[in-house]
Design a protein around this ligand. Structure first.
Ligand code: S3P
Length: 450
C-alpha cells in the first residue's frame, strides 16, 4: 500500500544512449481482473505473468477476505480457487485497496449484488477520488453506500439481498465504471445492459467471455451496447497475462528522446483500446516499430522497437483516441517537451481525477523544468523545441502517483540538469522493477534527493 511509507526521493541524471531489452511486467488491468474473475469462478484458475505490484497484491488480499483461496507460487505464477458467482463471504475487516482505483471500483461492483456488507479504504490519494461514479449505478441494483462527503472513501457498501438487473449508460469514458456495473450484473438475475458512448479498454468483456459468461457487444448509434446474462457458472481459466503497454510506455518514450538509443520492449499487449500512445508517437514521427506481431491469449501482441527520434513534431492528439491512451498522457507530455512545436491534448478531463490531478501535476513540474505548458479544465498543451532543449534542474512532486513519478524520471534522462521527484515510492504500485530495468538500459535513476 503506497502512501503509508516514508517518501523515497529519486533523481534522474542525464545520460548517454539507452540500449538493450526492456522486459516490462504484466498488465495491471488484466492482473486485477484475473484475480477477481478467478474468485468468481468455481474451481482453480491458474495465472502466469501476474503483475506483482502493490495495487494487484491489494486486490489479491481483498479476494482472500471475500473467501477465495489465492496462492502465490512465485515468479508471477498464482492460483485462485474461486467461490462462484454469488459466493462471496462477508469480510471480517476493512478492505484496504491502497492506491488502486481499479481495485476498489471493480471490487465494490463485484460485491454489490451479494447480501454482505464491506467497508473500503485506501491511501491518501485513493481516499480523495470520486466513488459516486460506482455507487450511483450499484444503487440501481439495490446496493447502498455510505461514505465520506463528496462520495469519498472510507465507504461502506451494503450489497443488495435481492438484486435486479440494470440498464446503465456510463456517463464518462471509464472502463472501471463499465466493469463495476458488469461485475455487479454477474449476480443479478436476467440481463444487465451497459452502454458506453466511447469505447474504453475491453478486458472485462473479453475475459467474461473467456470465463464462460453469456455476453454480447454491439456497436450502435447509442454507443457500444454490452449485454450480460446474470448468474452464469464461471469456469476457471488458465491466463497468461500479457505485458503492460502502459508500463512499456516509459522505456519506449525514454529511448525516443535520448540520442543514440535503441531499445526492444518484447511481448507488449496491443489491444486497440490500449495502444493509442504508440499510434500518437508514430504520428509525431517516432521511430517506433512493431516486430514479430502475433496473437497471445486472445490479445494482439508485438515486440516494440524504439530508437532515438530527433525529428518528432508536436501534433493535435485526436480526442477520440483519449480513452485508448488515458494513462499515457503524462509521459506523452515529456516526449512533447522534446519534440518541435505544440502538442495539444483535448477532451481529457478524466486526467484530473486519476491517482492525482495529472494535468496539474505534470504542468507544474514541466514548468519548473523550463517547459511552456498551457492548460484548461479539460485540455492542456506542451510546446517543445527539440531533443535536449529542456533545462530540468527541478524537484517535482509526484502526488502519490506512480505515473507522474516515472514520467519525471524519464524527463531527467534527456534534460540539461537532473530532475528529481519528492517521492518515487508509488512506482511500486504498477512497475516494481522500474529502477533496475531503467538502469539495465543505461539510465541513471537513483534513490537520492535533488
Ligand atoms: C483502468 C481504467 C482506467 C485507467 C486505469 C485502469 C482499468 O481508469 O486509468 O489505470 O483497469 O479499468 P478509468 O476507468 O477511471 O478511466
Amino acid at each position: 500500500m503506497s502512501g503509508h511509507g516514508t517518501p523515497i526521493p529519486m533523481t534522474s541524471t542525464p545520460c548517454g544512449p539507452l540500449t538493450g531489452v526492456a522486459d516490462v511486467p504484466g498488465d495491471k488491468s488484466i492482473s486485477h481482473r484475473s484475480l477477481i474473475l478467478g474468485a468468481m469462478a468455481v474451481g482453480e484458475t491458474r495465472i502466469t505473468g501476474l503483475l506483482e505490484g502493490e495495487d494487484v497484491i491489494d486486490t489479491a488480499k481483498a479476494m482472500r477476505a471475500f473467501g477465495a483461496e489465492v496462492t502465490d507460487h512465485g515468479g508471477g505464477n498464482w492460483t485462485v480457487n474461486g467461490v462462484g458467482v454469488g459466493g462471496f463471504a462477508e469480510p471480517d475487516n476493512v478492505i484496504d485497496c491502497g492506491n488502486s482505483g481499479t481495485g476498489v471500483r471493480l471490487i465494490m461492483g463485484t460485491m454489490a449484488t451479494s447480501p454482505i456488507t464491506a467497508t473500503f479504504t485506501g491511501d491518501a490519494s485513493l481516499n480523495k477520488r470520486p466513488m459516486a461514479r460506482v455507487t450511483d449505478p450499484i444503487a440501481l441494483f439495490g446496493a447502498q453506500a455510505v461514505g465520506r462527503s463528496g462520495g469519498r472513501l472510507p465507504m461502506t457498501i451494503v450489497g443488495a439481498a435481492n438484486p435486479v438487473p440494470v440498464r446503465y449508460v456510463v456517463p464518462m469514458p471509464s472502463a472501471q465504471v463499465k466493469s463495476a456495473v458488469l461485475l455487479a450484473g454477474l449476480n443479478a438475475p436476467g440481463q444487465t445492459v451497459v452502454i458506453e458512448k466511447e469505447a474504453t479498454r475491453d478486458h472485462t468483456e473479453r475475459m467474461l467471455e473467456g470465463f464462460g459468461a453469456e455476453i454480447s457487444v454491439e456497436d450502435t448509434d447509442e454507443g457500444r451496447v454490452i449485454t450480460l446474462t446474470g448468474r452464469p457458472e464461471l469456469k476457471p481459466q488458465t491466463i497468461a497475462v500479457p505485458r503492460d503497454p502502459s508500463s512499456a510506455a516509459f522505456p519506449v518514450c525514454a529511448a525516443l528522446i535520448t540520442p543514440g538509443s535503441d531499445v526492444l520492449v518484447p511481448g507488449i499487449g496491443l489491444n486497440p483500446t490500449r495502444a493509442g500512445l504508440f499510434t500518437t508517437l508514430r504520428d509525431m514521427g517516432a521511430d517506433l516499430t512493431y516486430e514479430n506481431e502475433r496473437e497471445e491469449g486472445g490479445e494482439p501482441v508485438a515486440d516494440l522497437r524504439a530508437r532515438f527520434s530527433p525529428n518528432m513534431k508536436g501534433i493535435d492528439v485526436p480526442p477520440e483516441r483519449a480513452a485508448s491512451m488515458i494513462d499515457e498522457y503524462p509521459v506523452l507530455s515529456v516526449v512533447a517537451a522534446n519534440a518541435t512545436g505544440v502538442t495539444m491534448m483535448r477532451e481529457v478531463k478524466e486526467l484530473r481525477v486519476k491517482e492525482s490531478d495529472r494535468i496539474d501535476a505534470m504542468a507544474t513540474g514541466l514548468r519548473a523544468c523550463g517547459v511552456a505548458v498551457e492548460d484548461g479544465p479539460d485540455w492542456w498543451s506542451v510546446t517543445g523545441h527539440g531533443p535536449g532543449t529542456v533545462t530540468g534542474g527541478a524537484i517535482c512532486e509526484s502526488h502519490l502517483d506512480h505515473r507522474i513519478a516515472m514520467s519525471f524520471m524519464v524527463l531527467g534522462i534527456s534534460t540539461k540538469q537532473p530532475v528529481s521527484v519528492d517521492d518515487g515510492g508509488p512506482i511500486a504500485t504498477s512497475f516494481p522493477i522500474f529502477e533496475p530495468l531503467m538502469a539495465s538500459l543505461g539510465a541513471s535513476v537513483e534513490r537520492k534527493a535533488g
